[in-house]
Design a binder for this molecule. Structure first.
Ligand SMILES: NC(=O)c1ccc[n+]([C@@H]2O[C@H](COP(=O)([O-])OP(=O)(O)OC[C@H]3O[C@@H](n4cnc5c(N)ncnc54)[C@H](O)[C@@H]3O)[C@@H](O)[C@H]2O)c1
Length: 266
Protein backbone atom coordinates (compact mmCIF):
# COMPACT_ATOMS: atom_id res chain seq x y z
CA UNK A 1 0.00 0.00 0.00
CA UNK A 2 1.37 3.44 -0.87
CA UNK A 3 0.40 6.80 0.58
CA UNK A 4 3.16 8.53 -1.41
CA UNK A 5 4.69 9.62 1.89
CA UNK A 6 8.10 9.96 0.23
CA UNK A 7 7.01 11.16 -3.20
CA UNK A 8 9.64 13.44 -4.73
CA UNK A 9 12.26 12.54 -2.12
CA UNK A 10 15.72 11.14 -2.83
CA UNK A 11 17.44 8.73 -0.48
CA UNK A 12 20.58 6.66 0.04
CA UNK A 13 20.30 3.28 1.78
CA UNK A 14 23.41 1.76 3.34
CA UNK A 15 23.50 -1.91 4.36
CA UNK A 16 21.17 -4.11 2.27
CA UNK A 17 22.97 -7.44 2.03
CA UNK A 18 20.18 -9.93 1.39
CA UNK A 19 16.40 -10.09 1.72
CA UNK A 20 16.68 -10.59 5.49
CA UNK A 21 18.53 -7.28 5.97
CA UNK A 22 16.57 -4.53 7.66
CA UNK A 23 17.94 -2.13 5.02
CA UNK A 24 16.44 -4.31 2.29
CA UNK A 25 12.96 -3.91 3.79
CA UNK A 26 13.50 -0.17 4.27
CA UNK A 27 14.58 0.28 0.65
CA UNK A 28 11.50 -1.60 -0.60
CA UNK A 29 9.11 0.41 1.57
CA UNK A 30 10.73 3.74 0.64
CA UNK A 31 10.39 2.82 -3.02
CA UNK A 32 6.72 1.87 -2.50
CA UNK A 33 6.16 5.26 -0.90
CA UNK A 34 7.43 7.07 -3.98
CA UNK A 35 11.09 7.76 -3.13
CA UNK A 36 13.96 7.48 -5.59
CA UNK A 37 16.95 5.68 -4.14
CA UNK A 38 20.52 4.64 -4.56
CA UNK A 39 21.82 1.58 -2.72
CA UNK A 40 25.26 1.05 -1.27
CA UNK A 41 27.29 -1.54 0.58
CA UNK A 42 30.93 -2.47 1.16
CA UNK A 43 32.63 -3.78 -2.00
CA UNK A 44 33.09 -7.22 -0.39
CA UNK A 45 29.35 -7.44 0.37
CA UNK A 46 28.57 -6.87 -3.30
CA UNK A 47 30.41 -10.06 -4.11
CA UNK A 48 28.55 -12.42 -1.77
CA UNK A 49 25.32 -10.51 -1.08
CA UNK A 50 22.26 -10.06 -3.26
CA UNK A 51 22.05 -6.27 -3.42
CA UNK A 52 22.09 -6.26 -7.24
CA UNK A 53 18.79 -8.16 -7.22
CA UNK A 54 17.27 -5.45 -5.07
CA UNK A 55 18.62 -2.72 -7.34
CA UNK A 56 17.03 -4.40 -10.34
CA UNK A 57 13.71 -4.70 -8.54
CA UNK A 58 13.76 -1.04 -7.51
CA UNK A 59 15.11 0.12 -10.84
CA UNK A 60 18.17 1.78 -9.38
CA UNK A 61 21.94 1.44 -9.08
CA UNK A 62 24.37 0.13 -6.48
CA UNK A 63 27.34 2.34 -5.66
CA UNK A 64 30.00 0.42 -3.73
CA UNK A 65 31.36 2.23 -0.66
CA UNK A 66 33.25 1.09 2.39
CA UNK A 67 31.55 3.22 5.02
CA UNK A 68 34.87 3.69 6.85
CA UNK A 69 36.41 5.44 3.82
CA UNK A 70 35.85 9.19 3.41
CA UNK A 71 36.90 8.88 -0.22
CA UNK A 72 34.28 6.17 -0.93
CA UNK A 73 31.57 8.17 0.85
CA UNK A 74 32.43 11.31 -1.14
CA UNK A 75 32.21 9.35 -4.39
CA UNK A 76 28.92 7.74 -3.27
CA UNK A 77 27.34 11.16 -2.72
CA UNK A 78 28.60 12.57 -6.01
CA UNK A 79 27.31 9.57 -7.94
CA UNK A 80 23.98 9.52 -6.07
CA UNK A 81 23.32 13.21 -6.72
CA UNK A 82 24.14 12.66 -10.38
CA UNK A 83 21.92 9.57 -10.67
CA UNK A 84 19.00 11.03 -8.70
CA UNK A 85 19.34 14.47 -10.34
CA UNK A 86 19.40 16.42 -7.10
CA UNK A 87 20.46 16.66 -3.48
CA UNK A 88 19.51 14.03 -0.90
CA UNK A 89 16.49 14.07 1.45
CA UNK A 90 17.23 11.01 3.57
CA UNK A 91 19.96 8.54 4.48
CA UNK A 92 19.70 5.18 6.28
CA UNK A 93 22.80 3.89 8.10
CA UNK A 94 22.18 0.16 8.60
CA UNK A 95 25.71 -1.07 9.21
CA UNK A 96 27.09 -3.29 11.93
CA UNK A 97 29.96 -5.73 12.22
CA UNK A 98 32.03 -6.88 15.19
CA UNK A 99 35.35 -8.56 14.60
CA UNK A 100 35.50 -9.94 18.13
CA UNK A 101 31.98 -11.39 17.86
CA UNK A 102 32.78 -12.85 14.49
CA UNK A 103 35.96 -14.46 15.78
CA UNK A 104 34.33 -15.74 18.96
CA UNK A 105 36.29 -13.61 21.45
CA UNK A 106 34.71 -13.15 24.88
CA UNK A 107 34.09 -9.59 26.11
CA UNK A 108 36.65 -10.09 28.90
CA UNK A 109 39.34 -11.06 26.44
CA UNK A 110 38.82 -8.99 23.30
CA UNK A 111 41.48 -8.00 20.84
CA UNK A 112 41.56 -4.21 21.13
CA UNK A 113 42.75 -3.61 17.59
CA UNK A 114 39.68 -5.52 16.38
CA UNK A 115 37.57 -3.53 18.82
CA UNK A 116 38.77 -0.28 17.20
CA UNK A 117 37.90 -1.66 13.78
CA UNK A 118 34.43 -2.64 15.08
CA UNK A 119 33.89 0.90 16.35
CA UNK A 120 35.08 2.30 13.02
CA UNK A 121 32.69 0.12 10.98
CA UNK A 122 29.67 0.13 13.28
CA UNK A 123 29.73 3.64 14.75
CA UNK A 124 32.41 6.04 13.47
CA UNK A 125 31.15 5.34 9.94
CA UNK A 126 27.98 7.15 11.03
CA UNK A 127 30.00 10.24 11.95
CA UNK A 128 31.88 9.93 8.65
CA UNK A 129 28.76 9.75 6.49
CA UNK A 130 27.34 12.78 8.31
CA UNK A 131 30.60 14.74 8.19
CA UNK A 132 30.98 14.31 4.43
CA UNK A 133 27.28 15.11 3.88
CA UNK A 134 27.60 18.22 6.06
CA UNK A 135 30.77 19.55 4.48
CA UNK A 136 29.78 18.77 0.88
CA UNK A 137 26.28 20.21 1.44
CA UNK A 138 24.68 16.98 0.25
CA UNK A 139 21.39 17.20 2.20
CA UNK A 140 18.29 19.16 1.25
CA UNK A 141 16.75 21.38 3.94
CA UNK A 142 14.50 19.42 6.32
CA UNK A 143 16.19 16.14 5.39
CA UNK A 144 16.39 13.14 7.70
CA UNK A 145 19.21 10.79 8.70
CA UNK A 146 18.52 7.54 10.61
CA UNK A 147 20.85 4.86 11.99
CA UNK A 148 19.79 1.53 13.47
CA UNK A 149 20.72 0.79 17.06
CA UNK A 150 20.06 -1.75 19.79
CA UNK A 151 19.27 -1.25 23.46
CA UNK A 152 22.49 -2.97 24.59
CA UNK A 153 23.82 0.60 24.28
CA UNK A 154 22.06 1.35 27.57
CA UNK A 155 21.49 -1.95 29.36
CA UNK A 156 23.69 -5.00 29.63
CA UNK A 157 23.29 -7.91 27.25
CA UNK A 158 26.49 -9.88 27.93
CA UNK A 159 26.66 -11.71 24.60
CA UNK A 160 26.40 -8.48 22.59
CA UNK A 161 30.07 -7.89 23.39
CA UNK A 162 31.75 -4.73 22.02
CA UNK A 163 28.71 -3.97 19.86
CA UNK A 164 27.17 -2.50 23.04
CA UNK A 165 29.77 0.27 23.11
CA UNK A 166 29.47 0.69 19.32
CA UNK A 167 25.76 1.39 19.72
CA UNK A 168 26.36 3.79 22.64
CA UNK A 169 28.76 5.72 20.40
CA UNK A 170 26.34 5.61 17.48
CA UNK A 171 23.51 7.06 19.58
CA UNK A 172 25.79 9.77 20.91
CA UNK A 173 26.81 10.77 17.36
CA UNK A 174 23.12 11.19 16.52
CA UNK A 175 22.69 13.66 19.38
CA UNK A 176 25.87 15.62 18.69
CA UNK A 177 25.61 15.77 14.89
CA UNK A 178 21.85 16.33 15.17
CA UNK A 179 22.62 19.66 16.80
CA UNK A 180 24.97 20.83 14.06
CA UNK A 181 22.85 19.54 11.16
CA UNK A 182 19.69 21.02 12.69
CA UNK A 183 21.30 24.43 12.91
CA UNK A 184 22.81 24.22 9.44
CA UNK A 185 19.73 23.35 7.41
CA UNK A 186 17.06 21.71 9.58
CA UNK A 187 18.29 18.19 8.90
CA UNK A 188 17.24 15.82 11.66
CA UNK A 189 19.28 12.89 12.96
CA UNK A 190 17.87 9.99 14.97
CA UNK A 191 18.62 6.40 15.89
CA UNK A 192 16.01 3.65 15.93
CA UNK A 193 16.57 1.05 18.64
CA UNK A 194 15.19 -2.08 17.03
CA UNK A 195 14.07 -5.45 18.49
CA UNK A 196 16.26 -8.51 17.87
CA UNK A 197 15.66 -9.37 14.20
CA UNK A 198 16.60 -12.52 12.29
CA UNK A 199 19.30 -11.22 9.91
CA UNK A 200 22.90 -12.09 9.06
CA UNK A 201 24.32 -9.54 11.55
CA UNK A 202 21.71 -10.41 14.21
CA UNK A 203 22.13 -14.14 14.15
CA UNK A 204 25.93 -13.77 14.32
CA UNK A 205 25.58 -12.87 18.01
CA UNK A 206 26.10 -15.83 20.37
CA UNK A 207 22.86 -17.06 21.94
CA UNK A 208 20.83 -14.90 19.55
CA UNK A 209 17.91 -17.34 19.45
CA UNK A 210 17.46 -17.22 23.21
CA UNK A 211 17.49 -13.46 23.49
CA UNK A 212 15.21 -13.21 20.47
CA UNK A 213 12.71 -15.53 22.24
CA UNK A 214 13.14 -13.78 25.59
CA UNK A 215 12.47 -10.31 24.10
CA UNK A 216 9.52 -11.71 22.18
CA UNK A 217 7.95 -13.05 25.38
CA UNK A 218 8.67 -9.97 27.50
CA UNK A 219 7.40 -7.39 24.97
CA UNK A 220 3.62 -6.90 25.14
CA UNK A 221 3.51 -6.53 21.34
CA UNK A 222 6.19 -9.15 20.69
CA UNK A 223 9.36 -8.39 18.72
CA UNK A 224 9.14 -5.84 15.94
CA UNK A 225 10.17 -7.41 12.64
CA UNK A 226 12.16 -5.90 9.76
CA UNK A 227 9.01 -4.93 7.85
CA UNK A 228 7.60 -2.90 10.73
CA UNK A 229 11.02 -1.33 11.32
CA UNK A 230 10.94 -0.28 7.68
CA UNK A 231 7.50 1.29 8.15
CA UNK A 232 8.83 3.25 11.10
CA UNK A 233 11.86 4.44 9.11
CA UNK A 234 9.51 5.64 6.34
CA UNK A 235 7.71 7.86 8.85
CA UNK A 236 11.04 9.25 10.03
CA UNK A 237 12.03 10.10 6.45
CA UNK A 238 8.63 11.65 5.73
CA UNK A 239 7.51 15.21 6.40
CA UNK A 240 5.28 13.94 9.24
CA UNK A 241 8.22 13.89 11.68
CA UNK A 242 9.98 17.13 10.80
CA UNK A 243 10.52 18.25 14.40
CA UNK A 244 11.91 14.96 15.77
CA UNK A 245 15.67 15.04 16.13
CA UNK A 246 18.60 13.89 18.32
CA UNK A 247 16.47 11.03 19.68
CA UNK A 248 17.04 7.37 20.26
CA UNK A 249 13.60 5.98 19.36
CA UNK A 250 12.65 2.53 20.62
CA UNK A 251 10.99 0.31 18.08
CA UNK A 252 10.74 -2.83 20.14
CA UNK A 253 7.13 -3.78 20.90
CA UNK A 254 7.44 -2.20 24.36
CA UNK A 255 10.45 -4.26 25.54
CA UNK A 256 12.46 -1.24 26.75
CA UNK A 257 9.74 -0.15 29.18
CA UNK A 258 9.11 -3.57 30.73
CA UNK A 259 10.08 -4.53 34.25
CA UNK A 260 8.62 -8.00 34.54
CA UNK A 261 6.39 -10.23 32.45
CA UNK A 262 5.48 -13.63 33.89
CA UNK A 263 5.11 -15.00 30.34
CA UNK A 264 8.90 -14.92 30.06
CA UNK A 265 9.20 -17.36 32.98
CA UNK A 266 6.84 -19.98 31.60
N1 LIG B 1 19.35 -7.92 13.57
C1 LIG B 1 19.13 -7.44 14.78
O1 LIG B 1 18.79 -8.15 15.72
C2 LIG B 1 19.31 -5.97 15.02
C3 LIG B 1 18.71 -5.37 16.15
C4 LIG B 1 18.92 -4.00 16.36
C5 LIG B 1 19.71 -3.27 15.48
N2 LIG B 1 20.29 -3.90 14.40
C6 LIG B 1 21.15 -3.10 13.54
O2 LIG B 1 20.60 -3.03 12.25
C7 LIG B 1 21.65 -2.73 11.33
C8 LIG B 1 21.53 -3.65 10.12
O3 LIG B 1 21.81 -4.98 10.47
P1 LIG B 1 20.95 -6.24 9.98
O4 LIG B 1 20.47 -6.91 11.20
O5 LIG B 1 19.99 -5.83 8.94
O6 LIG B 1 22.07 -7.19 9.39
P2 LIG B 1 22.81 -7.27 7.95
O7 LIG B 1 23.94 -8.21 8.17
O8 LIG B 1 21.83 -7.61 6.90
O9 LIG B 1 23.35 -5.79 7.71
C9 LIG B 1 24.61 -5.31 8.16
C10 LIG B 1 25.22 -4.59 6.98
O10 LIG B 1 26.43 -3.90 7.33
C11 LIG B 1 27.21 -3.91 6.13
N3 LIG B 1 28.60 -3.54 6.37
C12 LIG B 1 29.52 -4.20 7.14
N4 LIG B 1 30.71 -3.57 7.04
C13 LIG B 1 30.54 -2.49 6.23
C14 LIG B 1 31.39 -1.47 5.76
N5 LIG B 1 32.69 -1.41 6.12
N6 LIG B 1 30.90 -0.53 4.91
C15 LIG B 1 29.59 -0.57 4.53
N7 LIG B 1 28.72 -1.52 4.96
C16 LIG B 1 29.20 -2.47 5.79
C17 LIG B 1 27.08 -5.37 5.69
O11 LIG B 1 27.56 -5.61 4.38
C18 LIG B 1 25.59 -5.57 5.84
O12 LIG B 1 24.91 -5.21 4.65
C19 LIG B 1 22.96 -2.87 12.10
O13 LIG B 1 23.38 -1.61 12.53
C20 LIG B 1 22.53 -3.71 13.28
O14 LIG B 1 23.38 -3.57 14.40
C21 LIG B 1 20.10 -5.22 14.14
Amino acid sequence: MSNDLLKGKRGIIFGALDDKSIAWAVAEKCHQQGAQLTLTNAPVALRFGKINELAEKLNTIVIPADATSLEDITNLYEESIKHLCGKIDFILHSIGMSLNVRKGKEYTNVNHEWMKKTFDISAISFHKIMQVAYNQDVMNDWGSIVALSYMASQRTFPEYNEMAESKALLESFARSFGFHFGQKNHVRVNTVSQSPTMTTAGSGVKGFDSFYDYADKVSPLGNADAQSCADYCVTLFSDLTRMVTMQNLFHDGGFSMMGMNADALR
